[in-house]
Design a protein around this ligand. Structure first.
Ligand SMILES: O=C(O)[C@H](O)[C@@H](O)[C@H](O)[C@H](O)COP(=O)(O)O
Length: 252
């Protein structure tokens, strides 16, 4: 991995603008190079921070028809449920931009967490096999163009939490948990080998709740005696941090 790029911005509103500019530039670059742009969304506050993309000048400058949307983690609830990351993303972002519905890949409903994870993994493998997604020549895992990753105050990313063995998964692309410390309990999640095969990862973290974990993640505090999940984010490609003043309040 190249040295991470760290944007320490004055306020969340500056993060929203910097993030929109970064994403619009990557969209143009990947579409020119390969004809599509695969984007993986987290849940949480990230979706609201994407709001600038739905406004001028970004909204009209992006070729939305070439975007493919995936979900880094998802709560195992119906897609219309208020806990669903798909619903959060749809209401806050996807319904406001003209991405074709067939280019959006939500989880399948009415499956157990284990079945939903397996089904999503098989769907991703099928998209690699038919050439819709590329695979890493190094690991064989799908290579997404851009992953937009949030982080919880405990340093979790996706639904990979400190005390869960899933964060050590080496073979599966997508796994599941039924005892998430952040509600709701049942979720599916990309694993670290899949996350780290990405071409670009943006860590988007705002708010003071995350300040301690940001300090650890950026190496200014050794650790809490155990590694945080966020410390395993180390993509084959580039890592860029977008942080507001509150998230950086514990940094020197
Ligand atoms: O299902 C979810 O809740 C998320 O995908 C999760 O991994 C989220 O990205 C972090 O918890 C940060 O959430 P906040 O941005 O709301 O702090």
């Amino acid at each position: 991995m190249a040295q991470p790029v760290i944007h320490k911005l004055e306020a969340e509103s500056h993060v929203a603008i910097a993030l929109a500019t970064y994403i619009a530039d990557l969209s143009a670059k990947f579409i020119a190079a390969k004809g599509s742009f695969s984007v993986v969304l987290s849940g949480g506050t990230l979706i609201d921070t994407l709001r600038k993309l739905t406004e001028p000048p970004y909204v009209s400058s992006i070729d939305w028809s070439k975007w493919l949307i995936f979900f880094l983690d998802e709560r195992v609830v119906p897609l219309s449920h208020s806990d669903s990351n798909y619903k959060l993303a749809y209401d806050g972002f996807l319904s406001k931009v003209p991405i074709p519905e067939s280019n959006i890949y939500p989880i399948k409903e009415k499956l157990s967490p284990e079945e939903a994870a397996e089904e999503y993994e098989q769907r991703l493998k099928h998209l690699v096999a038919n050439g819709t997604l590329k695979a890493s020549p190094v690991t064989g895992f799908a290579t997404f163009d851009l992953m937009l990753v949030g982080m919880g105050p405990d340093g979790h990313v996706a639904s990979l939490f400190c005390w869960h063995f899933q964060r050590f998964e080496k073979n599966k692309w997508v796994t599941f948990i039924t005892d998430s410390p952040k509600p709701p309990p049942s979720r599916i999640t990309f694993t670290f080998p899949l996350i780290n095969s990405a071409s670009e990862i943006a860590m988007v973290v705002t708010g003071e709740d995350a300040a301690d974990a940001v300090k650890v993640a950026l190496g200014e505090h050794a650790s809490y005696g155990y590694p945080l999940p966020v410390q395993k984010v180390s993509p084959e490609g580039n890592l860029t941090w977008f942080l507001d003043n509150e998230a950086t309040s514990e940094l020197k």
